[in-house]
Design a protein around this ligand. Sequence first.
Ligand code: URA
Length: 250
Amino acid sequence: MLAEMGIKPAWRLREAAALPVSGDATVAAPELMVEAVKNAEDIVREPASVPAMTADAQRRSNIAALDWDGLASTVSDCRACGLCERRKQAVLGVGDRQADWMFVGEGPGAEEDERGEPFVGQAGKLLDAMLESISLKRGENVYIANAVKCRPPGNRTPEAIEIATCRPYLERQIELVQPKLLIALGRPAAQILLGQELSIASARRKVHRYAIGNIPVVVTYHPAYLLRTLPDKAKAWEDLCFALDLVAQP
Ligand code: URA
């Protein structure tokens, strides 16, 4: 190989020798004992120092290769963060695995934890109504997932480390579904999809992009927030119409 590259023979230092002090004429130049590496294979056979994959990189790479069954069983057995301690079950997602529309929420609440399906409580009923308002239906061309798959205790907002740990699962889901459009429901979902801090108010009515696959992302309010803040329902309706227009585009 080295010969092909025109750099044979290669040389290496056999003994360490003190180097002359620069400018000191009395110090004799050391005798550098060198030896030709006669065969380029000598070099090729030396063990390569390939940095080992970190455990986290290995985990990500394993998840990125999972099919639906593998993903479901890995998520269900996951103990990668503290949320596993108090969950009843992990909640992967629900719906059409070839959907054009993929909705991403924050994390399961008590009812979702009980039933193993996202958005089945009060917020879920509102989400179903929102879907219906644009002629969509859970399970029909719609897939629903969450940023974290296990219920945060007391329905608190998931912590950054929990979201980051769960992120490879969401990434794999998106890759498997390959939706035409992602709808981020609320701020944590928007932040995980877009990888940046933002406010819903500033992010609405814009076409964002999910970096892996360049999928368009529309951001709107979380249904649980809308249950507490009824006037903003009109804005969520605008966002859904905006999304509808986007999907209708050729
Ligand atoms: N809120 C969410 O963000 N996801 C659910 O699944 C339920 C409530």
